[in-house]
Design a protein around this ligand. Structure first.
Ligand code: ASP
Length: 504
């Protein structure tokens, strides 16, 4: 029977989701309403509501004639927009419920319903993430046989993470200086509301990362799903299990191998739901994002986008072909379920189980390498985020100063962007939070970040795919040196999983 390959299924899911979402966005995203008299709270004469993707406006007229108007920037993620409703709710506690009942546009209502379903898919991925990381790391390290081999792999992995992130940032810097997106725009550099984020200073952030690697209570770290703590403790456990040797090592190896096999099976089953999952996630994003804002930020978005495309389709494939000796096209095809899920979910962490499954089962990279490179990469290796942060800060600087930052300052931006990307979590909008650190480093006003928030989701989707793609390429690179294999084949080890049936 003809069966469409999984990556095509996912792509079709994305297109259908985006198609429905855009239709809702264009046709049903505006609603003007008035709360019926019978539902009005005491002391209120009228409540008028206007909902659109770009703005939510609520006007409350009290019996004594006092008018309070609330304007919410509808382009913010809805949860944030609704949080602002709380201010009005202090005076009129029912306002939130009234907006839910009478004010919401259909695009918003249906979009969020779709998001709730899409999130079920992400929950499934979350469910397998921690046990998959633990069993995979244990199996990987125990399979190495010697603790020293891990040291070498660690060195190569970190070298790969750092160098690709720096190349990505350099690509971003070059494109900003060519395109100059912040000069000649009609934007008002003062326009924008200070985002409600606190990232602390760079030293604190990095020291916190280090602290996280020593979980005072490993069980609590497991329960909280804190990746860095889990990786650090699992690594330590597996290394010491190797050092103990004999029956203990044998027993643990057998146990973790078995558990890992089960977790991998589970993940492969969840992967099949990806087409439906991304359909709903895409529907949500396209139905609830304003299109108007893209106009004024066009050059900025184009710069980020082109730089990401260059990194993903030129730099990384060249590394794949010449360093990892892999066929980039075959490799990207093998990884496509993970890359498309990263795009739809904007979260490297949520995508991690799929990335692991694709790298091992579809691209044939050994578990020894992927179990180590991928979980660590999801947290610390973010080429897309590093590039994005550098471009965004230089764009803001151009806008604010009317000219580009001097080169020395641009180098400060590049290095801080690298560190900020290491500190960023693999969750949606994490890069935006971390950007505060870079703005501080070069003395730019933090509230200017307000200008780019509206388009962050779309750029987040793009940079997250690049983050995941770079982690996956890292596996191929490290794996080449681990196995010393020089074959140019894309699938050196024939994957045995039944999943392969659906590969085209
Ligand atoms: N969403 C990104 C990720 O999960 C992080 C970011 O916001 O840049 O990889």
């Amino acid at each position: 029977m003809f069966k469409l390959a999984l990556h095509w299924q996912i792509l079709i899911g994305m297109i259908i989701g985006a198609g429905i979402g855009l239709t809702l966005n264009v046709t049903l995203s505006q609603r003007e309403s008035e709360v019926p008299e019978a539902a009005l709270p005491d002391g209120v004469a009228s409540i008028k509501m206007f909902d659109s993707v770009d703005v939510v406006e609520i006007t409350v007229t009290d019996d004594d004639g006092a008018v309070s108007t609330l304007l919410v920037d509808g382009m913010k993620p809805p949860s944030e927009a609704y949080a602002t409703l709380d201010k009005l709710a202090a005076k009129h506690p029912q306002i939130y419920q009234l907006f839910e009942t009478y004010g919401r546009s259909w695009a918003r209502t249906l979009g969020e319903a779709a998001n709730a379903i899409g999130k079920l898919f992400l929950r499934l991925l979350q469910m397998v993430a921690v046990p998959l990381i633990v069993t995979s790391l244990m199996t990987g390290v125990l399979g190495l046989g010697h603790a020293e081999r891990l040291g070498r792999m660690f060195g190569r992995t970190i070298l790969y993470y750092m160098s690709t992130s720096l190349i990505a940032i350099t690509t971003g810097l070059i494109l900003v200086n060519i395109i100059n997106p912040g000069l000649n725009t009609g934007l008002n550099p003062q326009g924008g509301e200070a985002p409600d984020v606190a990232a602390g200073n760079l030293g604190d952030v990095l020291f916190n990362q280090l602290k996280t690697m020593i979980p005072p209570n490993p069980i609590a770290a497991l329960a909280e799903g804190n990746f860095l703590s889990i990786i650090a403790f699992s690594l330590a456990f597996a290394i010491f299990a190797l050092l103990v040797g004999g029956k203990t090592t044998e027993l643990l190896t057998e146990f973790f191998n078995a558990a890992f096999e089960v977790m991998m099976r589970m993940t492969m089953a969840i992967i099949r739901l990806a087409p439906v999952g991304v359909l709903f996630l895409m529907l949500y994003v396209t139905a609830t994002q304003g299109i108007g804002v893209f106009g004024s930020l066009f050059w900025y978005m184009l710069t980020v986008f082109l730089a990401l495309v260059f990194h993903a389709f030129v730099t990384l494939p060249l590394i794949l072909a010449f360093v990892a000796r892999r066929n980039p096209w075959e490799y990207i095809k093998a990884l496509s379920p993970a890359l498309l899920t990263a795009f739809s979910s904007a979260s490297s962490n949520a995508t991690l189980p799929l990335t692991m499954a694709c790298v091992e089962q579809r691209a044939g990279v050994s578990n020894r390498v992927s179990s180590f490179v991928l979980p660590l990469g999801a947290t610390v290796n973010m080429d897309g985020t590093a590039l994005y942060e550098a471009v965004a800060v230089l764009f803001i600087a151009q806008l604010y100063r009317g000219e580009a930052l001097p080169i020395t300052q641009q180098i400060v931006v590049a290095l801080t962007a690298l560190l900020a990307s290491i500190g960023a979590a693999g969750i949606p909008h994490a890069g935006l939070v971390m950007m505060v650190i870079i703005l501080q480093a070069v003395g730019l006003p933090l509230e200017l970040q307000g200008i780019i928030i509206a388009v962050d989701r779309v750029l987040d989707m793009c940079r997250t795919s690049v983050n995941v793609w770079s982690d996956a390429c890292g596996c191929a690179v490290v794996s080449r040196f681990e196995t010393q294999q020089t074959s140019k084949q894309a699938f050196p080890e024939q994957p045995e999983h039944e999943f392969e049936e659906s590969k085209s």
